[in-house]
Design a protein around this ligand. Structure first.
Ligand code: C2E
Ligand code: MG
Ligand code: MG
Length: 716
């Protein structure tokens, strides 16, 4: 049973019969309702306007204006969907009157004769129902206001994908295909199918998701882009209600989000300084290329470029200038390595930043270039060549003209590696190799290079052990005075008896010893051993025999060189004048000032100097004279062609003549035949050394040789 309302509720009773009005008011009062009266339709309208009753009990038959007209006028005057419930009081069994009452907007009716005891309760029920309707209407209005305020578009679809209704969001592009009606109400969609309003591929994906929604009751979504308008949208589908087979669709414009994502992606994949792709982008490009090349059975190359002496530019001109240089370098690289320049292939993958994802800056002064669809290795070398050429023109930075060169390493897929890490690492290794070969170079990484490096590493480990394990020993090659035909000296040459590899030539391990600095202890050992041996021979034969020891550039630069030489002489008791240190031209020319100081110290000790491998370097004789060198050793490359090679013969003759002019002794290296010896004698060469006169031999063999010679020659 409905309860009486707690607030004051007013009911307007419109009836021309005062008795009826009285009775009605009485009944209403019994259920706690307050009544006001009107005697006809006009008065009813008037009171309704002025007193705003919560309900009207309206008699159909009234003078001046009947109940129908009054109800109709009332409804016409109502705004904003607020409508007061009207109960029409009709004659008994007057079906037409009842129908008419609803037509003019009545809420309910009671027919005469009135069942007085329940009238009040009937009114309460109607009040409650209309209260609920009013609240619903408010909620609905609120919902509509919310819907109108949000940018998303809503619609309902039936299970087959037909629109049941449609509410366009205020962002017009939020509606599928943007095809809304002028008032945005999307009336055109109702009754249409998804495929009528969207591109077939997108509609297909939506329908698929709808099926899942209907089957699983889950929320499903699809993201897509409308190509024509460039608008990106997110479609979300959910069941309208659990027991329903209708789907509520929501479409949201996500263009902004997509743009933001793209921006983030750009930042993550783009090198901030140069604007070209960064390491991450390059690695991903590399991964894609690996995948593509594996499938297509294709080859590609990775170029790794590093500027030579970039650090120097940074240090001397400052980081700003360094940054500018990097920008300019990347621009030149970009011009040189446009995808069309590499291979005619437009598709450069997902992280395509300014169309140049084949080029990237890994960091610092390191750049990488990917060359896809490689048919011949030469093509990669050509690109490397073009890159080097591009760097040749000077860069003008802050008014300074800067020249840079680049070293480039190249690794190949699939020859050198089949994963991005290895390919990048090997290209890097090849780049270092290029640098070590004199910079401004391009080198291919090849498995042989790895082998070389591996064996290098092994050799280095071995060399460190060699000294302690007595694996090094010296051989000696006699030097003969041409005029007297006497052995006047020997050159000490180091050998390494490797426990596994056997004999290793100095040409193989001396450069390694120099690189690792091991040459200093090895050189000291050679010097001491040679001096000791020379002293032994001197004691044995009572003859002056000069011993020549090779010095590497590293040893020559060693601060302690003169100390080492002096202590070797003192410890062994060898006279300084019997020790000759062989230096190459390059060693002397390296740093003229330091050279002069070192030479001065050595001269003070009293040892001699000779220039080894003369003719292969680029020093002038006059220059050499300043160093007070005792002897020149003509490189064996000039001697080996004699006597047939006229040009070498002329050079040899000229060197001898000029050296004599500067009061230097000339030694010819690599004399292998009697003919050569005769010719050199004719040219006035002072001394000879070579297989013809004796191979480098052990100390014992030389001892025997010296003893034989001693028997034949008078002691000095
Ligand atoms: P080098 O000082 O010019 O030594 C002469 C090289 O020519 C030696 O090679 C010798 O065996 C070779 N030779 C001598 N006569 C002939 C000949 O008639 N025909 C031919 N084809 N070759 C001949 P080796 O012993 O292999 O030494 C090579 C180089 O290694 C030396 O050239 C020297 O630069 C360096 N070296 C050797 N021992 C030492 C050392 O103890 N210290 C340093 N720093 N370098 C050394
Ligand atoms: Mg030598
Ligand atoms: Mg030599």
């Amino acid at each position: 049973m409905p309860c009486a309302p707690t607030r004051r509720v007013t009911v307007l009773v419109a009836d021309d019969d005062p008795v009826m009005r009285l009775l009605m008011l009485e009944m209403l009062a019994q259920v706690g309702l307050e009544g006001i009266e009107a005697g006809d339709g006009i008065e009813a309208l008037d009171r309704a306007r002025s007193s705003r009753p919560d309900l009207i009990l309206m008699d159909v038959d009234m003078p001046h204006m009947d109940g129908f007209a009054a109800c109709s006028a009332l409804r016409a005057a109502e705004r904003d969907g607020v409508c007061v419930p009207v109960i029409m009081v009709t004659g008994s069994d007057d079906i037409d009157a009842v129908t008419h009452a609803y037509e003019v907007g009545a809420t309910d009716f009671v027919s005469k004769p009135i069942n007085w005891p329940i009238l009040g309760h009937r009114v309460l029920y109607v009040l409650r129902a209309s209260d609920a309707i009013a609240r619903l209407r408010i909620a609905d209005a609120q919902n509509r206001a919310v819907l109108a305020a949000i940018p998303d578009t809503f619609f309902r679809l039936n299970a087959d994908g037909f629109y049941l209704d449609y509410e366009a969001g205020h962002a017009r592009q939020g509606s599928p295909t943007g095809a809304v009606t002028a008032d945005g109400a999307g009336i055109h969609f109702i009754g249409k199918h998804l495929t009528d309003t969207l591109p077939p591929e997108i509609a297909g994906r939506m329908l698929d998701q709808m099926k899942t929604v209907l089957a699983t009751h889950q929320v499903r979504s699809v993201e897509y882009e409308l190509i024509d308008s460039g608008v990106a949208q997110h479609f979300e589908a959910r069941l309208v209600a659990t027991n329903s087979s209708e789907v509520l669709g929501l479409v949201r414009d996500i263009s902004e989000r997509k743009r933001a994502e793209e921006q983030i992606r750009r930042l993550a994949y783009c090198d901030g300084l140069t604007g070209i792709p960064n390491r991450q982008a390059f690695l991903e490009t590399l991964e894609r290329e690996l995948h593509r090349s594996r499938i297509g059975n294709k080859k590609f190359a990775v170029l790794f470029m590093d500027l030579d002496a970039f650090k120097r530019i940074n240090d001397t001109l400052g980081h700003n200038a360094g940054d500018q240089l990097l920008k300019m370098v990347s621009e030149r690289l970009r011009d040189t390595t446009r995808p069309s320049d590499l291979v005619s292939r437009g598709d450069s993958g997902g992280a395509n930043i300014e169309g140049a994802s084949n080029l990237a800056r890994l960091g610092g002064d390191e750049f990488t270039i990917l060359i896809p669809d490689l048919e011949r290795v030469e093509h990669a070398l050509n690109v490397a060549h073009r890159v080097k050429e591009a760097m040749r023109r000077s860069f003008v930075i802050e008014g300074n003209e800067i020249f840079v060169t680049a070293s480039i390493g190249i690794s190949l897929f699939p020859e050198d590696g089949d994963d991005s890490g290895s390919l990048l690492k090997f290209a890097d290794t090849a780049m270092y190799h290029a640098k070590s070969c004199g910079k401004n170079n391009a080198k291919l990484y090849s498995s042989s290079l790895t082998m070389q490096i591996m064996s290098h590493v092994k050799l280095e480990v071995g060399l460190r052990r060699a000294l302690q394990n007595d694996e090094l020993y010296l051989v000696y090659q006699p030097q003969r005075d041409v005029a007297s035909a006497e052995i006047v000296g020997v050159e000490a040459l180091v050998r390494w008896r490797h426990p596994e590899r056997g004999l290793i030539a100095p040409t193989e391990f001396i450069p390694l010893a120099e690189e690792t600095g091991l040459i200093v202890p090895i050189g000291e050992w050679v010097l001491r051993t040679a001096c000791r041996q020379a002293r032994t021979w001197q004691r044995l034969t009572q003859r002056t025999l000069r011993i020549a020891v090779n010095l590497s550039a590293k040893q020559f630069k060693d601060e302690n060189l003169s100390q080492i030489v002096l202590s070797a002489l003192l410890d062994t008791g060898l006279e300084p004048r019997l020790l000759e240190l062989e230096l190459t031209e390059g060693t002397l020319m390296d740093d003229a000032r330091a050279t002069m100081v070192t030479l001065e110290r050595l001269r003070n000790i009293g040892v001699h100097l000779s220039i080894d491998d003369f003719g292969t370097g680029y020093s002038s004789m006059n220059y050499l004279k300043r160093f007070d060198v005792r002897a020149l050793k003509i490189d064996r490359s000039f001697i080996s062609g004699l006597p047939q090679d006229a040009e070498n013969a002329a050079i040899t003759r000229a060197i001898i003549a000029m050296a004599h002019g500067l009061k230097m002794v000339v030694v010819a290296e690599g004399v292998e035949t009697g003919e050569q010896l005769l010719l050199l004698e004719e040219y006035g060469c002072d001394m000879v050394q070579g297989y013809y006169l004796g191979h480098p031999s052990t100390a014992e063999t030389i001892t025997e040789l010296l003893q034989v010679v001693q028997l034949m020659l008078p002691a000095r």
